[in-house]
Design a protein around this ligand. Structure first.
Ligand code: ADP
Ligand code: ASP
Ligand code: MG
Length: 462
């Protein structure tokens, strides 16, 4: 215990689900956190697989099933983790086991309320993963006799009431976070907070959307004027290619903010797009690190651009839908795009890629989005085609508009694969849309052509 905070601001750590995937890993995270000096703020995701399981449970409940047994199974899994983790500290184990039981019992009581299937019901249930994982980590620190304070995210992440995709209210957030977290840090305590979870103005639990713990870390980092935010995950920083497609991607020492945001938007799950954008706008220093190789520096996301320019990474995003909208021949040519985007804005549908011609526009959206009503409104003034099961493939770097021959090299690799849309809105990325099954192979070949062909180290600034 140090009993002091760093004058340059605290460090915020965020551990993803795979970093707390089993008892040994939670113990390892507790060791890592206990070794940090001064004590960090620690944002924790749900244990690996738990949010998926809770989401399935939410769907079952929406379909009218009783989910009490499923909730008890989630409690049992956490109890087993606590037993393995805290075997040497029986009093801590007893307390954590009672906490797990208490949290799940409260939830079982609440689920008797007649709101199954509502978005708010879903958030209350999905928050359970982080409500429990934070108790395990705090228990592990306590068992190591390390001073720790659990702060409920509901008290420091005020949001609006858009359940499932809540927007933080940052003014209130900064006040609450400083008030509740800084005194604990000053007293030498590690502060453990749930990622992903927040609270609506009327007190109900909200969540920030899947992968939202990164956003929690960035929000707290900005509120506390953190020196750095470290996103600890299961890979060695940001890689030059998505490991689902590329066998041996390179770890990037550093990457510019714009490229990091672009990669996050175009499928590199390692960083939540909202978090990347938030961190950029607040000028936060963010480092992506491997929980399993903590001696390595990982990737630093730089505030400024750096030279030399070139391709940094290749990404892909499956599960994308392409909407093609063609104006009726009798329609006036002006105002068409504005009408299309007015409908999308009203339905809060975020567009990824766009291409337009005189009479048509085509754009991509995440497949999970509810498109039916918006498509119906577009059909009032245009012909609409919806193509599911596509993927975006993106080459990300900077100076790409000035990179000689880049387009030729990319489409040389694409060859005869059918492409449904091409988009290059800036010099940071070049993206196109293909059938989902084609994407991993193309990413692998683009990585070989654009990254592996480049000498190692040429991406590092002098
Ligand atoms: P966490 O549980 O730590 O939040 P995620 O699963 O959300 O972890 O994100 C980490 C994963 O992101 C990695 O395991 C990797 O498969 C995936 N990923 C995709 N593209 C990239 C990339 N370019 N660099 C690093 N990881 C990537
Ligand atoms: N547990 C949440 C999810 O799986 C939030 C996160 O992991 O960032 O989406
Ligand atoms: Mg994640």
């Amino acid at each position: 215990m140090t009993g002091r905070t760093d004058p340059a601001g605290p460090v915020v750590y965020k551990f993803g689900g795979s970093s707390v995937g089993d008892a040994a890993r939670i113990g390892h995270v507790a060791d890592l956190v206990a070794a940090a000096d001064p004590p960090p703020v620690v944002v924790v995701s749900a244990v690996a697989g738990v949010t998926d399981r809770l989401s399935a449970l939410v769907r079952r409940r929406g379909a009218g099933h009783d989910v009490s047994d499923d909730l008890r199974a989630v409690a049992l899994r956490h109890r087993a983790l606590a037993e393995a983790l805290l075997a040497d500290a029986p009093p801590v184990l007893q307390r954590v086991a009672a906490e797990i039981e208490g949290v799940v019992d409260d939830l079982l009581d609440e689920t008797r309320a007649p709101t199954p299937g509502s978005a708010e019901d879903g958030d209350r249930l999905r928050a359970l993963g982080e409500d429990l994982s934070t108790r395990l980590l705090a228990g592990a620190l306590e068992a190591r006799r390390h001073p720790v304070r659990r702060v409920d995210a509901r008290d420091v992440i005020p949001t609006d009431a858009r359940f499932g995709a809540a927007e933080p209210r940052e003014g209130d957030l900064a006040r609450a976070a400083r008030q509740r977290i800084l005194p604990a840090l000053a007293a030498g305590e590690v502060v453990v907070v749930q990622g992903f979870v927040g609270r609506a103005p009327d007190g109900r639990t909200t969540t920030l959307g899947r992968g939202g713990s990164d956003w929690t870390a960035s929000l707290l980092g900005a509120a506390l004027e953190a020196r750095e935010v470290h996103i600890w995950t299961d890979v060695d920083g940001i890689l030059s290619g998505d490991p689902r497609a590329v066998t041996a991607p390179r770890g990037l020492d550093r990457i510019g903010y714009e490229e990091a945001v672009e990669l996050a938007y175009f499928g590199a799950k390692v960083l939540h797009p909202g978090a990347a954008k938030h961190a950029v706008s607040r000028g936060l220093a963010v480092r992506i690190r491997s929980t399993f190789a903590p001696h390595r520096p990982g990737t630093l996301i730089l505030r400024e651009r750096w030279e030399p320019a070139g391709v940094a990474a290749v990404a892909f995003k499956p599960g994308v839908v392409l909407i093609q909208v063609r104006s009726h021949p009798s329609a006036m040519p002006y105002g068409f795009l504005a009408r299309v985007f007015e409908v999308l804005t009203r339905h809060k549908l975020p567009v990824d890629l766009v291409a337009t011609s005189h009479t048509s526009t085509a754009f991509t959206l995440d497949g999970g989005a509810d498109l039916e009503r918006a498509a119906g409104e577009l059909r009032v003034f245009a012909d609409v085609t919806v193509r599911p099961d596509l993927a975006t493939v993106s080459v990300v770097g900077h100076g790409l508009l000035d990179e000689p021959g880049i387009v030729g090299r990319v489409f040389g690799v694409v060859g005869s694969t059918p492409v449904h849309l091409v988009s290059q809105a800036s010099d940071v990325s070049l993206s196109f849309v293909v059938g989902e099954p084609h994407a991993p192979g193309l990413v692998e070949r683009l990585h070989a052509e654009l990254v592996e062909a480049r000498p190692v180290g040429s991406e590092v600034a002098p």
